[in-house]
Design a protein around this ligand. Structure first.
Ligand SMILES: Cc1cc2nc3c(=O)[nH]c(=O)nc-3n(C[C@H](O)[C@H](O)[C@H](O)COP(=O)(O)O)c2cc1C
Ligand code: SF4
Length: 531
């Protein structure tokens, strides 16, 4: 299809319109979810998924037994709940929960028992992931009862506290502040009974903490303790969830005003040379699940990798290009770049420069270390529901590397050697560059698929949205697109459309297509999901 044809222009227009409508639809849907909070505990009891849940985290049975007690107490008060073991719970279903009561014990080092780490890690990672947004659990009301021992000092009920913090960060509404039971202090039953009564008050009354009628008000949890029914039903119901493409979800969208001042925090001098990753940046990245390699590279396990390991869906590259997400490693050899794009989550802290000026690590070491760290992360998926030995073993041998994590990979002077090493190991590569280093694009050895970020259609928009360091950023951008045309390999324009910033310039984008003549054009939409 010639780029100049009328039908091409119409197709593009339709694509942009569809993207915009999709963004509006998504943001409206999320807003509606937030507004649609209801305390009705049984809004739709037709499906198991919609039944409110009691979830327990328990190693030696204390929390499980308390959870069963609560279950019985709720039944006596005509409130139907499903009780589930957190070990077999699918955290991806959390956004669909309306009411969740959690009874959680704390174990060594303030962590949950090992079998429950996946649940806890999922909450922690999701709440740190800027793409998930803070409305993910906006449908969910929750309350947590912590089971622990005060004798452990600072880590007393650390798990309960952590769950509350993470659920709130993801938009969950805490019905009742955390109640903490001290198993060694002897008050756990008493405190638990009080919590149960509060829960039922809220559910039956449907009002705030202080209001509401308590039917069977004289009934207390303790009455039930001698007559507990242990539920060993660990059946996991696989429910197809709406696949939410996290690449379509962004964190808080910065305004043009708020992004005017940006802190540039380059590394400190170390033996005469700067280290790109400062301790502050390192701590930030590690907190968000990144594994830092050496002094300027990083690797992170992608949520689609985890999803496909578990037999669920893969990312769009699986559908488009046949890449198996569970065998994909997401990495970058340069956490720094020469832009401060408004949609980049690290725009207040990422190292920026016009050229490489840091200590440099060996490409072979980077690849070795990336694969080692990646496979370590894959190992941690062992025992997670849905993960089979076969897929796990496949995951240990990555077949694809997405050099698109963060930063500008072609800033790394040894990028060709690094890509060679990946290809030598029969690992295909997708590399995304931000179109500010045309000479580097020219000298780049063939990548399996080479992407250029086309973040705007005009000079003014590009300046506003990418906030490039280079004064001649537009010339560099155009030269990069021109260089792409000469690459004689598979190439892609990646458009990241932000409503109100760069989504309306259809003709301008169209003009750019004829410069680089990419094989594919991928369009992503950024959606504001609240702070
Ligand atoms: C090895 C060990 C480590 C523990 N660490 C903590 C801790 O860090 N913080 C805490 O509050 N309780 C801690 N506890 C106390 C447990 O939370 C307590 O025994 C609880 O009853 C276990 O509940 P469960 O049977 O539901 O797993 C620990 C207990 C053991 C045996
Ligand atoms: S290509 Fe790899 S890193 Fe990128 S989204 Fe897909 S699975 Fe994740």
């Amino acid at each position: 299809m010639p780029l100049s044809s009328v039908s091409t222009r119409l197709t593009l227009l339709a694509l942009f319109s569809a993207t915009t409508f999709y963004c509006i639809y998504k943001s409206r849907r999320l807003r509606n979810l937030k507004l649609n909070l209801s305390l009705n505990p049984n809004p739709n009891t037709n499906t198991k998924l919609n039944l409110p849940k009691i979830l327990f985290i328990s190693e030696t049975g204390t929390s499980k037994s308390l959870a069963n007690r609560l279950h019985r107490f709720l039944s006596l008060n005509d409130v139907a709940f499903e009780i589930i073991d957190g070990r077999s719970y699918e955290p991806e279903d959390l956004p669909k929960e309306t009411i969740l009561l959690i009874v959680a014990s704390t174990w060594e080092d303030g962590k949950p028992p090992p079998a429950y780490r996946f649940f806890a890690d999922w909450l922690a990672e999701s709440s740190e992931d800027f793409r998930v947004g803070s409305l993910l659990l906006s449908k969910c009301r929750f309350a947590v009862f912590g089971v622990g021992s005060r004798g452990y000092g600072e880590t007393f009920n650390a798990v309960g506290k952590e769950i509350v913090k993470r659920m709130k960060a993801l938009g969950g509404a805490e019905m009742i502040p955390l109640f903490e039971g001290d198993v060694d202090g002897g008050d756990v039953d008493e405190v638990f009974d009080k919590w149960c009564v509060k829960v039922v008050e809220l559910l039956k009354g449907g009002g705030g903490e202080d209001g509401g009628d308590l039917e069977n008000g004289e009934e207390e949890c303790g009455v039930l303790s001698s007559d507990e029914e242990e539920s060993d039903d660990e059946e996991e119901e696989e429910v197809e969830s709406d696949i939410v493409d996290l690449e379509d979800i962004a964190g808080k969208a910065p305004s043009r005003k708020s992004v005017a001042t940006v802190a540039e925090t380059n590394g400190k001098l170390n033996g005469g040379k700067k280290q790109m990753v400062t301790p502050v940046i390192r701590a930030n990245l590690v907190k968000q699940g990144y594994k830092i390699i050496g002094s300027h590279s990083g690797v992170k396990i992608c949520r689609w990798t985890k999803s496909q390991l578990r037999g669920r869906g893969g990312c769009y590259k699986h559908s488009f290009y046949g890449i198996e997400s569970h065998r994909c490693m997401e990495a970058t050899p340069s956490l720094a770049c020469a832009n401060k794009c408004v949609f980049c989550w690290r725009h207040h802290t990422n190292p920026v420069a016009k050229s490489w000026q840091w200590e440099m690590d060996d490409p072979l070491e980077i690849v070795n270390s990336a694969i080692e760290q990646h496979t370590n992360m894959i190992k941690q998926m062992k025992g997670v529901p849905g993960v089979t030995l076969e897929r796990l073993n496949e995951g240990f041998t990555p077949r694809h590397c997405a050099l698109s994590l963060v930063g500008e990979p072609i800033m790394y002077p040894e990028i060709n050697a690094l890509v060679d090493e990946l290809h030598r190991r029969r690992i295909s590569t997708f590399l995304v560059t931000n179109a500010q280093f045309p000479e580097k694009i020219k000298s780049l050895k063939p990548i399996t698929q080479l992407y250029v970020s086309v973040d705007a259609g005009t000079k003014d928009s590009l300046k506003a949205i990418d906030r490039p360091l280079f004064g001649d950023f537009w010339e560099r951008f155009i030269d990069s697109l021109t260089a792409l045309k000469e690459k004689h390999q598979r190439t892609v324009y990646r458009l990241t459309l932000v409503k109100g910033w760069n989504a309306e310039e259809v003709d301008a984008y169209y003009n750019l297509f004829s410069i680089g003549e990419p094989d594919f054009i991928e369009i992503k939409g950024v959606t504001y999901c609240g702070s």
